[in-house]
Design a protein around this ligand. Sequence first.
Ligand code: ADP
Ligand code: MG
Length: 235
Amino acid sequence: SESDKSVLEVEDVSVTFGSIKALQNVNLKVSEGEIVGLIGPNGAGKSTLVDTVSGFLPSHEGTVRLSGENINKLAPNQRATAGLRRTFQQDRVPPTLSVGDYIEFVAQGASTRDEIREALEFFGCPSPRTRIRNVDVGTRRIIEVTAHLLAKPKLLVLDEPAAGLSHEEHIAFGQRLQRVPERFGTAILIIEHDLDLVRTVCQRVTVLDFGELLAEGGVAEVLDNPEVAKAYMGE
Ligand code: ADP
Ligand code: MG
């Protein structure tokens, strides 16, 4: 509704790479307490949108707002400080660090020891002393999400966080993710290929296709839309 407090607003964002229109007049909103899915076939522009929102791709048309403030001119680290954090499609967690040192590095003292311990337990992460090189890639992705949540951002943007997880881990991760907004006070924008997970975890979903907004709205309504199914079939 109109009274929902917006965390993220993307307004008429367009991005071109040479002759490729990677995004064309895309609009997107994430409100406080929400988990919004961003889906679409390969090459649809999902990562480009995340790069734009997080400031890694500064040259675009349109406006990105965080809690109502235009953040177009902020660098990625400034956006992180302002409360907008992201993870990457590729694993970037430094293998030489311990889990605890990595969390300290990412969260910069935003959380207490107890909060860190509780969050690690909540997500089923290994203990702070564990070396990251000794955990599998799926667990590393979950440690990454946990560390960013412990920085207490307003919005966390996740680019395919469940890649590398087994089916069982995937379901467990989804169940925990669902509880993140109430538990951590962080809204989530998530790129996710598994539409079952999207259906379970997200309240709303935005579908991109060839850089354009194909559909958006309540998750059931959008995922049952034949146009959306067609875009996926054409992949
Ligand atoms: P998705 O994440 O949905 O798979 P991307 O955002 O990665 O899609 O890509 C959208 C389009 O933009 C694709 O056609 C892709 O080839 C192109 N693209 C993405 N990044 C670049 C880049 N740095 N230079 C040129 N083209 C790019
Ligand atoms: Mg991508």
